[in-house]
Design a protein around this ligand. Structure first.
Ligand SMILES: NC(=O)c1ccc[n+]([C@@H]2O[C@H](COP(=O)([O-])OP(=O)(O)OC[C@H]3O[C@@H](n4cnc5c(N)ncnc54)[C@H](OP(=O)(O)O)[C@@H]3O)[C@@H](O)[C@H]2O)c1
Length: 213
């Protein structure tokens, strides 16, 4: 049972994009940041419900498969779930449609909790206000012996990394320069100590960096 983080970051270390507009809620930088992951066969099947078998295979797809394997519960922040973009919508159900790809209990950290949302396919979103240790206890219990993933976003991942609660950190570094946004590595000087660090490069130009406790 381990606590995992999987992230896409830019070459200059940014994990958020900043060019969203009301007309383009994800902006143009987001597809550039996550392009190699979104192109994989696994992402297409699991997230886009595309059963055609299309999509890339190989290194990027192997990491996409690992992203979903053996995860028994997920923790994310209000920002990642979309509560900050839809503050006045009590019926907001997340970005992922009626059948989200998680298929496990998802604990959404928020200071304005709301009733749990049971979605198709096994995902239930639970909304709670709790510190990292407390929410992790609940998620580990719900995970039934499998891993817990800290899905994002920037603030929540930082909180867990700073608290030393992450056993496995995988960052897919896209070969793009964003120049602005929330930086993954800030405030984490010396993070590498205590981890075995490995790297693998995919033909897409993505560098997969893994920190394993
Ligand atoms: N690069 C990647 O792979 C990746 C992956 C996921 C997300 N992201 C990006 O991350 C960004 C979102 O990150 P973010 O930093 O804005 O938000 P976030 O980390 O998703 O959520 C932070 C918010 O969660 C709530 N929260 C956090 N800790 C809490 C606690 N202990 N108790 C109660 N509530 C708590 C607070 O919201 P309230 O006070 O409003 O309740 C806080 O403002 C997006 O831009 C997204 O695209 C990137």
């Amino acid at each position: 049972m381990s606590v995992r983080v999987d992230l896409n970051i830019s070459l200059d270390g940014f994990m958020t994009t900043t060019d969203q507009t009301p007309e383009s809620p994800f902006g143009e930088d987001w597809p550039r940041l996550v392009g190699a992951y979104v192109a994989t066969r696994t992402f297409r099947r699991r997230v886009l419900h595309d059963e055609s078998g299309e999509g890339t295979t190989g290194v990027d797809d192997a990491y996409a498969q690992a992203y979903f394997a053996e995860v028994g519960a997920e923790i994310m922040g209000a920002g990642m779930f979309g509560l900050h973009d839809h503050p006045d919508d009590p019926d907001w159900r997340g970005w992922w449609g009626d059948e989200p790809p998680f298929r496990v209990p998802v604990f959404v950290l928020t200071h304005t909790p709301r009733p749990a949302l049971e979605m198709a396919g096994g995902t239930t979103f639970h909304f709670l206000s709790a510190g990292p240790t407390e929410v992790l206890e609940r998620a580990l219990e719900a995970a039934g012996g499998k891993d817990v993933r800290i899905g994002g976003g920037a603030a929540v991942v930082h909180d867990f990394l700073r608290a030393g609660l992450v056993d496995h950190l995988h960052v897919a570094i896209a070969p793009i320069l964003l120049g602005r946004g929330a930086r993954l590595w800030d405030g984490l000087r010396g993070l590498e100590s205590g981890y075995a660090v490995t790297a693998e490069t995919a033909p897409s130009g993505t560098i997969h960096l893994t920190f394993q406790r």
